[in-house]
Design a protein. Structure first.
Length: 175
């Protein structure tokens, strides 16, 4: 559920950046650039070899494509509140089914990933993916629309101490 929430937030921010960028002459969000940056970040953070990355990322992209279709459907469901109770119930049930299907896809692909990589390596990949999304959300959230170079530097650790955040590629910062 956390991953779903993160991906939905990412989608909303993506749409917001497209709208912001178009209105203020800023660089538009590029899905290809985002994918390349995420792949680079995960490869570096999970210490993937070139061979591991070559095996992993095509399958990972396949999983994301399947998930994206379901996220699109959830977004459509959330656009307009149904006018009656039965319509609301239908949307809730359909959204729950989509959530379950997303989890089935994830579980299926995790099983497939384990055939390519060790469980330890997959764990590192999943952690790196979460760090990438968290860092991106933080960098977009801080100063969003203020024209500042955000997202570098310090963040708070689990116990409140300052810690260095993973560095993102320079063009990923919202300016």
């Amino acid at each position: 559920m956390k991953k779903l929430f993160g991906i939905l937030l990412l989608t909303m921010f993506t749409l917001g950046i497209n709208a912001q960028g178009q209105g203020q002459g800023q660089q538009r969000f590029s899905p290809e650039r985002f994918e390349a940056d995420m792949q680079q970040f995960i490869t570096r953070e999970a210490h993937l070899t070139q061979e591991e990355a070559t095996k992993f990322f095509p399958l990972y992209r396949e999983m994301q494509e399947k998930q994206r279709a379901l996220f699109d459907r959830q977004r459509e469901l959330a656009k307009v509140k149904p006018s009656d109770e039965s319509g609301c119930l239908r949307v809730i049930k359909e959204s729950d089914e989509i959530d379950l299907e997303l989890k089935r896809i994830q579980q299926n692909y995790h099983t497939r990933f384990i055939k390519l990589l060790s469980a330890s390596k997959l764990y590192d990949i999943l952690q790196a993916e979460q760090r990438f999304h968290r860092h991106l959300m933080r960098s977009w959230g801080r100063g969003f629309g203020q024209g500042q170079n955000q997202g570098q530097g310090q963040g708070r650790g689990a116990w409140g101490q300052r810690q260095q955040m993973p560095q993102m590629p320079q063009h990923m910062h919202h300016q």
